[in-house]
Ligand binder design. Structure first.
Ligand code: ADP
Length: 581
């Protein structure tokens, strides 16, 4: 496709690509939002499943524990004791965490206001009178307070479903034990409370074994291992019973998942026709609380989305950058191709013009048109001038090629400024004379020596003088100025500036940044068919930089141009007096 001939098409292609990249960006944004929602839902579902499984297993185990010690109204205390001892032995045999129960106790009501405390001895499977164990101290006031106790007879159905009270601080399960009596008034059987059965649980086994096992089973796989699991009381200030990661501050009041553990225990009890369990203090009932270690599920998905978007937008930016680069490279290639075409045309023109003049002068000589000595000298001068012009052109092309392939080599030496300027003027003398230009030299006295290659200095100045002549208008004078100055950071490096100043056509501001590029020629000079190939200033810049200096330009359209060569000064040479920089 020829973009050259169809700039509209190029703009259209850029526009389409910008639109496509923008649409891709928007789609990516929306898609990641959609995927984040789905992902959050998936993670939440999977978490809820783990929480449910945990809850079910806990409720099954706890219900089984209560069920094992649930005693129906017995006939008398010895039968009741034997039953409790049997149930404990059975439970120990079948349970995977037998250590969960630390002891079984009976608080027997011997007569109103008179109680006796007994502990089950695992060895002989009998209850023996014993002092209160210290772990049950917190329960003692409750059990010994008559107003809180269940003292009056109840219907035997009420007795069967009488709930367990769970004291989380101890922790212990407490339930009244009943004896069947005959109601004095109705003469029907009734259940008379004759004491309390206390099942003391072992908090260490709960925390270090039982909960740890449950958490490992339900949250231990790779998908859930980033969650921190806690068993804590339901109301603030929270009391933590178990925490899977002791370093994690489980403070959130809106965790990723939470469930009251005894809700399902009671549902299960009801379903299986057993006595429910009530936390002694509702505010201290146990809750399973799960939170992602990174904050919350929402935070995790949001940060995943941010990362995803950053990568996607990064890729889109790379794509957009690549497209922009392709267009810019294509444009540069086009510009380079155009400049090279102009270069070839310029070189051909530059070769043809002097050759045509030389040929016509030679023909005149051959034809004998020239007879006098003066005419002979005049024709000789013309041929010499055109020959030099050709020579310089070929030099420029050769220098350009040498510069391009890194073949340039300079012989840097300390040089006096005035003599080297004089030599440059001598080299440009004929062209100056032919075009009727006068040169004014303004060279400061006591300049330091410069460190440069003499031939390169002469070529540079010659080039600048040639441009000053080429791009002149009515004024026919050029000024060569040489001053001392300084450059570099903190103006610490002494330098000598040699400037070639003219009052010619000047350089338009738009051309100024480009005039040192190879093959670059100002638009107006091309329009006015001023000869040239656009290599002169490029070569001057290359030579100056190769010698450790630089070149600068100031110009104003229609007023004139000053091109200044900055040479590093020879430090051990003459005394240096820098002017303003
Ligand atoms: P050329 O003179 O062969 O075009 P140069 O590299 O020497 O190539 O110059 C590049 C361009 O800079 C010129 O085409 C012209 O537009 C501008 N230029 C250089 N010197 C002068 C000057 N003294 N006055 C006005 N324009 C200049």
């Amino acid at each position: 496709m020829n973009w050259n001939k169809r700039p509209g098409l190029e703009l259209m292609a850029i526009f389409v690509m910008i639109v496509v990249v923008s649409i891709l960006g928007v789609l990516q944004y929306l898609w990641t939002a959609e995927i984040s929602r789905t992902e959050q839902g998936r993670l939440k579902n999977s978490l809820d499943t783990s929480v449910k499984d945990f809850d079910q297993e806990f409720s099954y185990d706890f219900q089984k524990l209560c069920e094992s010690f649930e005693m129906n109204p017995e006939e008398n205390m010895p039968a009741l004791e034997a039953s409790a001892a049997n149930r404990y032995s059975t439970w120990i045999r079948i349970n995977s965490h037998p250590g969960l129960v630390a002891g079984v106790y009976l608080l027997k009501t011997v007569s109103p206001g008179n109680t006796q405390f007994a502990a089950l001895n695992e060895g002989d499977k009998r209850f023996h009178n014993s002092p209160w164990p210290s772990q049950l101290n917190s329960l003692r006031p409750f059990l010994l307070q008559p107003e809180k106790r269940q003292d009056s007879a109840v219907d035997d159905r009420v007795a069967v479903y009488f709930p367990w009270a769970f004291y989380d601080e101890t922790p212990a399960l407490v339930r009244p034990v009943f004896q069947i009596v005959s109601d004095d008034k109705t003469h029907r059987p009734a259940a008379q409370p004759i004491g309390f059965l206390v099942v003391l649980l072992n908090p260490d086994i709960f925390e270090q074994q039982y909960f740890a096992d449950l958490v490992d089973r339900h949250f231990g796989n790779s998908g859930q291992s980033n969650f921190v699991v806690s068993i804590r009381t339901s109301k603030a200030p929270f009391h933590t019973v178990y925490l899977s990661d002791a370093t994690f501050p489980m403070t959130s009041s809106s965790p990723d998942a939470q469930v009251n553990l005894f809700d399902l225990v009671n549902d299960e009890a009801r379903r299986r026709g057993h006595a429910p369990v009530q936390p002694a203090d509702r505010d201290r009932q146990w809750q399973l609380v799960v939170q992602h270690a990174a904050g919350s599920l929402g935070d995790v998905v949001a940060s995943w989305r941010r990362r995803n978007l950053a990568i996607s937008f990064g890729l889109l930016a790379v794509l957009a950058g690549a497209i922009a680069l392709i267009f810019s490279v294509t444009r540069r290639e086009k510009a380079l191709a155009r400049m090279q075409m102009e270069f070839v045309a310029g070189v051909s023109h530059e070769l043809c013009t002097p050759l045509a003049v030389i040929n016509s002068a030679a023909e005149n000589l051959v034809d004998g048109v020239v007879d006098s000595n003066e005419q002979m000298q005049e024709y000789g001068g013309i041929i010499r001038g055109q020959g030099r012009r050709l020579e310089r052109l070929v030099d420029e092309v050769l220098l350009f090629t040498a510069g391009r392939f890194g073949l340039s080599g300079y012989d840097l030496m300390p040089l006096e400024v005035d003599p080297i300027i004089s030599q440059s003027m001598a080299a440009s003398e004929s062209i100056l004379r032919e075009s009727g230009f006068t040169v004014e030299k303004k060279i400061d006295s006591r300049l330091p020596l410069i460190l440069a290659d003499p031939a390169a200095v002469i070529t540079c100045i010659e080039n600048l003088v040639s441009n000053a002549i080429k791009y002149s208008n009515s004024s026919r004078s050029i000024t060569i100025r040489a001053v001392a100055g300084s450059s570099g950071p903190a103006q610490a490096k002494p330098e000598v500036r040699i400037g070639v100043e003219d009052k010619g056509i000047g350089i338009p501001a738009a051309d100024l940044p480009h005039i040192f590029e190879p093959f670059y020629r100002g638009q107006s000079v091309r329009d006015n068919h001023i000869r040239g190939v656009g290599l002169g200033l490029y070569l001057v810049r290359r030579m100056m930089e190769d010698m450790g200096g630089r070149v600068s330009v100031t110009s104003e359209s229609g007023k004139g141009t000053a091109v200044v060569l900055h040479f590093p000064a020879e430090i051990h040479g003459e005394h240096i007096e820098p002017e303003d920089s």
